[in-house]
Each structure stands twice: as structure tokens, then as C-alpha cells.
Design a protein around this ligand. Structure first.
Ligand code: BV8
Ligand code: ZN
Length: 241
């Protein structure tokens, strides 16, 4: 799709929009120093996410899975939101109806101050009991193994949606409601390979939304969206203010 629009045209269009929804992926946190999943540095300590981010892996070797998440928590503990996260907080304050759907589990949108937020793959700073399903915040780095529930003594797991697990119904409801009501969808820093998030752009388009992609490179979304800009999120997103 030729870029007949400039990023400033998109900025003007956003400020006239009735409702804006944003879908973010690991690329928006890359500029905070958080490794992406599938980029060059995407290997998580020589493990592929699909290998360890699964119920089978946790059932088979909870200690290894917790070692991997402890490594990621330690890495994330020093990371801060960047100009892209902060620009989205400003947009939320300026616009009448604004919702962020993130695939990221790093908690950086919430840390930046985004209020209308669905963390559809969970949050690495939350743990869930495998017995009583109690969810609570936990920022211990490292979390001592085996982490046990204060209420029932059950083994705690990361409160994260693993491959093969369904997303939380309330997150799906919120996401689809935001995709259906928006007249503009921004897709920032996602490779568009993981479902159901990869189906959100066509869903918004089916409801007449104008869809914009911001990414370092072309993705499967690029042929679906109305306009695609290539560049770093921390440089492009602030131009929308
Ligand atoms: C589901 C938590 C229903 C983990 C994640 C077989 C069996 C079971 C399921 C499936 C199957 N085959 C397919 C599926 C569906 C599966 C799926 O989609 N698999 C893929 C791999 C094909 N999906 C699921 O399993 C989902 N559940 O479908 O439930 C169901 C139930 C049972 C059976 C069937 C169906 C659950 C998916 C959630 C998985 N959990 N995360 C953890 O983090 O520990 S997914 C993981 O990938 C992360 O959340 C991540 O956010 C997400 C997507 O990746 P991206 O965010 O896009 O990151 P990526 O590195 O890929 O791309 C970064 C992008 O940024 C790049 O484009 C790059 O160019 C760009 N970029 C880089 N730097 C910058 C930048 N852009 C701008 N600026 C920069 N500076
Ligand atoms: Zn419990």
C-alpha cells in the first residue's frame, strides 16, 4: 500500500477520531531494552518461547520454567517505559475514547500510566495459584522456588497466557468491544504471528476502522492495513501527539 499518508496526516486523523484502539507487541518495549521474541536478539537465553511458555513445559519441569521467568523478571526489573509508552498515555488523556490492547507481559504500559488497558497475555509481575487460582502481584527477583500460595500452599505459576491456553474471557470481550467501536486502530511493534491477536486488525477493518501499522519492518499486517510506517516506535509514536 503506497504511503499516500504522512505520519502527520495520521496524527490529524487521530485527533478527529471518535474512538482509537491500539494493539502493541514486543516492538514497543524494544526501545526500553526489552528483547523481542522473534527479532535477531529474540532468543530468550537459548530457549524459544514456544518451548517454555506452555502448560506442558511447566507440568514437566516447573523449576526450569520458573528459572526462565526469573531470568526475564531480573532483566525487566530495571526497564522503564520509553517515549512510545509515554506518548500513548498523553493520547489517552487527549482523546475522547482510547483503549490499549497489549500482548506484552512486561507491565510497561501500566507503569507509564495507561489506564484503559487489556494485558491479553497476562503480566510477568503477577503470579497465580495452580490450586485455588488466587492471583496476586509479586515483584520478588528472584522468586524463590518452589513459590507457594499463602492461602492454600499450592504451587504458584506466572499469571501469563501460555501457548495453547485460552485468553481470559474478560480480556477478549474488552478487546473485541474496543476493536468494534474504534474508527481508528494503531498496530505498534508486533510481528502479527500470534493468534488471536493476529486476527484483530482484520476484525477492526471489518467494522470500518482506518488501520495504521508502525513497525521496523513489513509484517503480515502490512498487506491488510490502510497505511504502514517503518521506523522505531519511540520515534514514530510521539509524532502522533
Ligand atoms: C489460543 C506469553 C485458543 C508468554 C505469549 C497449536 C496448538 C495450540 C495453539 C496454537 C497452535 N497453533 C497455533 C496456535 C495458536 C497460538 C499461536 O498463535 N501460535 C503461533 C506461534 C502460531 N496461540 C495461542 O496458543 C494463544 N491461545 O489460541 O487459545 C486455543 C486453545 C487451545 C488450542 C488451540 C487454540 C495464546 C497465545 C499467547 C501466547 N503467549 N506470551 C511469555 O511471554 O512468556 S505470546 C508472545 O508472542 C508474547 O506475548 C508476544 O507479545 C507475542 C507476539 O509477539 P510480538 O509481540 O509480535 O513480538 P515479536 O518479537 O514476534 O515481534 C516484535 C515486532 O516488533 C517485530 O515485528 C519487529 O519488527 C518489531 N520491532 C522491533 N523493534 C521495534 C519494532 N517495532 C517498532 N519499533 C521498534 N523499536
Ligand atoms: Zn492457592
Amino acid at each position: 500500500m503506497p504511503n499516500s499518508f504522512t505520519i502527520l496526516d495520521v496524527r490529524d486523523r487521530i485527533h478527529q477520531a471518535r474512538s482509537v484502539t491500539v494493539l502493541t507487541g514486543a516492538g514497543i518495549s524494544a526501545d526500553s531494552g526489552v528483547p523481542t521474541f522473534r527479532g535477531a536478539e529474540g532468543l530468550w537465553k537459548n530457549f524459544r518461547p514456544e518451548e517454555l511458555a506452555s502448560l506442558d513445559a511447566f507440568a514437566r519441569d516447573p523449576k526450569l520454567v520458573w528459572e526462565w521467568y526469573n531470568w526475564r523478571r531480573e532483566l525487566l526489573a530495571t526497564k522503564q517505559p520509553n517515549a512510545a509508552h509515554e506518548a500513548l498515555v498523553q493520547l489517552e488523556r487527549q482523546l475522547p475514547d482510547f483503549w490499549v490492547i497489549t500482548q506484552n507481559v512486561d507491565g510497561l504500559h501500566a507503569m507509564a500510566g495507561t489506564q484503559h488497558l487489556s494485558e491479553i497475555h497476562g503480566n510477568i509481575w503477577k503470579v497465580r495459584c495452580t490450586q485455588c487460582h488466587n492471583v496476586c502481584h509479586n515483584r520478588d527477583v528472584p522468586l524463590q522456588f518452589p513459590p507457594t500460595c499463602i492461602d492454600c500452599g499450592g504451587l504458584l505459576r506466572p499469571h501469563i497466557v501460555w501457548f495453547g491456553e485460552s485468553l481470559a474471557p474478560e480480556d477478549l470481550e474488552c478487546s473485541y468491544a474496543a476493536l468494534q467501536r474504534c474508527d481508528m486502530l494503531l498496530i505498534i511493534g508486533t510481528s502479527g504471528v500470534v493468534y488471536p491477536a493476529a486476527s484483530f486488525a482484520p476484525a477492526a477493518k471489518d467494522h470500518g476502522a482506518f488501520v495504521v501499522e508502525l513497525n521496523l519492518e513489513a509484517t503480515p499486517h502490512s498487506s491488510v492495513v490502510d497505511v504502514s510506517f517503518q521506523g522505531r516506535a519511540k520515534e514514530l509514536v510521539p509524532l502522533l501527539l
